[in-house]
Design a protein around this ligand. Sequence first.
Ligand code: MG
Ligand code: MG
Length: 266
Amino acid sequence: MGFGRRVHIKTDEEVELLRVSSLLVGKTLAVVAERIRPGVTTLQLDAVAEEFIRDHGAEPGFKGYGGFPNSLCTSVNESVVHGIPNDRPLEDGDIVSVDCGVLKNGFYGDSAYTFAVGDIASEVQKLLDVTKECLRLAIEQAVVGKRIGDIGFACQSYAEQHGFGVVRELVGHGLGRELHEAPEVPNYGRRGNGPRLMDGMVLAIEPMINLGRKEIFHEDDGWTIVTADRKVSAHFEHDVVVRKNQADVLSSFNEIEEVLKKNRNV
Ligand code: MG
Ligand code: MG
């Protein structure tokens, strides 16, 4: 996938449009979260998401992108990312990464959350917690004066402290009028290396962390990425604007986590 070479610094007006798109993704994922339970299929989740996106005056950002057939990427268990929704019911103990993109007012939003289906093993819950913390630590580095390598270093070192594998072949990216813009944002790296972060850069930061080894392969469907050792993998993604002192996080997990909290208390 080509990211282009030019980094597009966004104006404040463009940032606000990106915020609208990014927040719509979070709301879509919350609607999906309401439906996640054993027995539901990822195709059913995809249909709910597509309807919600269109009802809110936006287009699914992934559908037709590079020929991708659906509105969501749904990656279950050992699938890392780019899973195609299908009619296999989710089972108790599964995890599913749901990655969603929308296009509204000419700008993309792109965010992902990994959900537990029913009760999951404690080591898998640990993977989810660590991957989400990797994202938070990575976002802490997305400030003026740091470099792309600082983001990757923060993510990689935290994941590896816990013995987890950091996927190398797939990376985060710039975001704007294109779903994938420069620069690439690897989830591994060295402090002080790579392109300098500038005020107004918009980045989709998306750790993909494996319970086992870092190696992956492509499934025969041409899309799905799977761990080589077939152990589970987690994925969380936020869209952020690089600013002085602190990144401005455009997307939100708040609605998703309200749903999850409510469902736990039922
Ligand atoms: Mg995404
Ligand atoms: Mg992305």
